[in-house]
Design a protein around this ligand. Structure first.
Ligand code: GLC
Length: 543
């Protein structure tokens, strides 16, 4: 049922704020569970599987876009922000899903995509049909081309998916005219955030979903909406890579975005029940990230530095310290994330095979032992690896075509989840379902049903760790007290009663910690002088 907000009744910040230490499970809607057998996941499919997520022990789910969309970029190309795409269900399905989640004690966060719309959005269709200079074009970023006949793009920016960031419109008779900006696919025209109409539209979109009871938003490309007004060329060789937050670019992390978030914060705060805003902001470093988290801006931001730290103890420790310090300075919690729908799954990043899996489980214990909030990406609790050998004709990520078929893109982490049974697609949909990406036959041993029956499975470890995390309130507070264990073993206490150690050294190590073993990612041995950790293994201790 839609929720009736009472403006002005926001919960004071002094009460416990759920998002400060929540574990949030990312559902890539298209690949989670398919209720109707069309090969794509959908909202009723999610609803039917929610009890599994409650049993796993997460606090919230984040749903990737399910709005009306041509799916040129998996739904991050929205044609109608206030409706569900028929292939994913209906608004009534959304309401039923939200209600079911709330009944299970799970909060619901949804994606909002404000940097660009789909080219199928009514606004863009109107803009394309209008004359240059028409006010309906000012919702987007149209410019005349350079060169004698306007045949060159207005500047040298590139799309994050490859190729130029500008596409030239053509009249129906083929006459070329203005160019429009798209930092992503040509079917994702960038909105013009100097337009009051754009601001008003998104205020309203946020309210539409807040009224329906969502607990928060994940803001897509949160660092991208405002562009340097001069649209200056970038330096030769500068790369428009989403994952490269290390270079200052005239279309990312501009001062003006903060004003938008101050406004959005007032909207979120005008609703009861602690609605939260989380930024997807690939910016330079922890200090730049923390600027999005000042008390009157957003609640959380993804910690991509942590995601990118690799299996490198020095770097991990540095990132942990720096992110806690930067976020702590603005009173914001830190988040921890290892995987999402845009990056290679961490089992594979950490080396793949048995080693990759061992490390990834150890990394999970580290992640869940840190203070703050953590994000899990669907399937990581099953230890799923990246699928690196999808057939070329199955690839759908726009990166594949836009890179001239040189970069395969992100489909390998988006393969539908294996639920049960012995044959692909392992209960992803009803019998006979052909999933939108093929599911590897080797995943038979990785289904949730198989893992539920195996106390040594990744699923069992995640479930035990989440339970222990909740019982010991591990996410609360902000102090990490490192122990002196040499550079290759990370060990820390969190207050008096809880400690975590991760051996990244490549050989067994003795860590001077004693107490009750709460969870371990591999076989550990307790001795008088401490706990013996095999290589690539982590442990949690109480006492
Ligand atoms: C974000 C999304 C990604 C999408 C891009 C463009 O980075 O996570 O999947 O392609 O924005 O919307």
């Amino acid at each position: 049922m839609p929720f009736s907000p009472e403006p002005g009744t926001a919960t004071p910040r002094t009460q416990r704020e759920w998002w400060r230490d929540a574990v949030i499970y990312q559902i890539y809607v298209r690949s989670f569970a398919d209720s109707d057998g069309d090969g794509e996941g959908d909202l009723p499919g999610i609803r039917s599987r929610l009890p599994e997520l409650a049993a796993l022990g997460v606090d919230a789910v984040w749903l990737t876009p399910f709005y009306v969309s041509p799916l040129a970029d998996g739904g991050y190309d929205v044609a109608d922000y206030r409706d569900v795409d028929p292939r994913f269900g209906t608004l009534a399905d959304f309401d039923a899903l939200t209600a079911a989640a709330h009944d299970l004690g799970l909060r619901v966060i949804i994606d909002v995509v404000p940097n660009h719309t789909s080219s199928a959005h009514r606004w863009f269709r109107e803009a394309a049909a209008a004359e240059p200079g028409d006010p309906v074009r000012s919702r987007y970023i149209f410019r005349p081309g350079r060169g004698a006949a306007g045949e060159e793009p207005p500047n040298n920016w590139n799309s994050i998916f490859g190729g130029p960031a500008w596409t030239r419109l053509k009249r129906p008779d083929g006459t070329p005219e203005e160019w429009y900006l798209h930092l992503f696919d040509a079917e994702q025209p960038d909105l013009n955030w100097t337009s009051a109409e754009v601001h008003a539209e998104f205020d309203d979109v946020l309210r539409f979903w807040l009224d329906r009871g969502v607990d928060g938003f994940r803001i897509d490309v949160a660092h991208g909406m405002v562009k340097d007004a001069a649209l200056p060329d970038i330096a030769e060789g500068q790369k428009a890579d989403l994952l490269d937050g290390t270079t200052r670019l005239p279309y990312f992390d501009q001062e003006g975005v903060h004003e938008i978030y101050r406004r959005w914060r007032t909207i979120a705060d005008s609703y009861p029940g602690q609605r939260a805003l989380v930024a997807e902001a690939w910016v330079e470093d922890a200090e730049r990230v923390a600027r999005y988290l000042r008390p009157d801006e957003l609640h959380q931001a993804f910690n991509f530095e942590y995601l990118q730290a690799g299996w490198d103890p020095r770097r991990v420790r540095e990132v942990v310290d720096r992110s806690l310090a930067s976020n702590g300075a603005v009173g914001a919690p830190t988040t921890w994330v290892l995987s999402n729908h845009d990056v290679t799954r961490h089992v594979t990043r950490f080396g793949g095979g048995a080693t990759g899996l061992r490390r990834s489980l150890a990394a999970t214990l580290l992640t869940l032992a840190l203070p703050g909030s953590a994000y899990l990406y669907q399937g990581e609790e099953l230890g799923l690896p990246e699928v690196t050998d999808l057939p070329e004709d199955a690839l759908q990520d726009p990166t594949w075509e836009r890179s001239g078929r040189t970069e395969r893109g992100r489909d390998g982490c988006r393969v539908p989840l294996p639920w049960e049974g012995a044959e692909p697609p392992f209960g992803f949909g009803p019998a006979g379902t052909v999933p939108w990406l093929p599911v590897p036959a080797e995943w038979a041993g990785l289904t949730r049903a198989a893992q539920r029956a195996d106390p040594g499975s990744p699923l069992a470890l995640y479930t035990a760790a989440l339970r222990a995390r909740r019982e010991a309130a591990v996410g609360a507070g902000d102090a990490v007290e490192w122990l002196d264990t040499g550079p290759e073993v990370l060990a820390f206490r969190r207050g008096a009663g809880f400690a975590c150690a991760v051996n990244m050294s490549g050989a067994a190590a003795v860590v001077p910690l004693t107490g009750e073993v709460l969870v371990a990612s591999g076989p550990v041995e307790q001795r008088a002088d401490g706990v013996v950790l095999p290589a690539d293994t982590a442990v949690w201790l109480r006492g």
